[in-house]
Design a protein around this ligand. Structure first.
Ligand code: FES
Ligand code: FES
Length: 183
């Protein structure tokens, strides 16, 4: 039974050791922030940190992840305060959001080793596919995240966690909670 640390908690998966890590995280650990895009290593939507390196979890078996430190998007920060999360929101580098967890993980790994990346560094480190085409804003966001990590800029862009759905929808009539119309 492969054991590993996921978001700082020890986990043992009672599953076939050849199960892709992506399946185990999503279906067994209920960590659905990590996305299934292609299942084939092409899109990067499934990226997680494995001992600090951004890897495609659809290509790693849980046997291969044995004993490793896994960080998913849920574990990157407790309050969405990671510089990449803040900068992605501030630069509006999110459209549908499906690619975003994988991109944030890849960007976090880059910023951890190089907080002042060039455009070329970013393109090389973040090969993730985005069907919405956020690429120009992504470059700006990663550079801004680097400035935050280097402490030459401060931002506080992401909303606080735990917002009540009714409050979140208050200024967006089309997104009113479903039960509101029945009252
Ligand atoms: S789902 Fe893993 S690379 Fe696309
Ligand atoms: S924001 Fe939609 S796929 Fe990237």
């Amino acid at each position: 039974m492969p054991s590993m640390t996921v978001n700082e908690r020890p986990i043992r998966f009672d599953m076939d050791p050849e199960t892709p890590l992506l399946w185990a995280l999503r279906d067994a650990a209920n960590l659905t922030g990590t996305k299934y895009g292609c299942g084939n290593g092409d899109c990067g939507a499934c990226m997680v940190l494995v001992d600090g390196e951004a890897l495609r979890s659809c290509l790693i078996t849980i046997a291969e992840a044995e004993g490793r430190q896994i960080t998913t998007i849920e574990g990157l920060s407790r309050d969405r305060s990671h510089p990449v999360q803040q900068a992605m929101v501030a630069e509006q580098a999110i459209q549908c959001g499906f690619c975003t967890p994988g991109i944030v993980i890849a960007a976090a790994a880059l910023i951890a080793r190089n907080a002042d990346p060039s455009d070329a560094d970013i393109k090389q480190a973040i090969p993730n596919l985005c069907r919405c085409g956020v690429y120009p804003r992504l470059i700006a966001a990663v550079k801004r995240a680097g400035r935050v990590a280097r402490r030459v800029e401060r931002i506080s862009a992401a909303p606080a966690p735990g917002i009540d759905a009714r409050d979140a929808a208050a200024s967006v009539p089309a997104m009113r909670p479903a039960d509101e119309d029945s009252r």
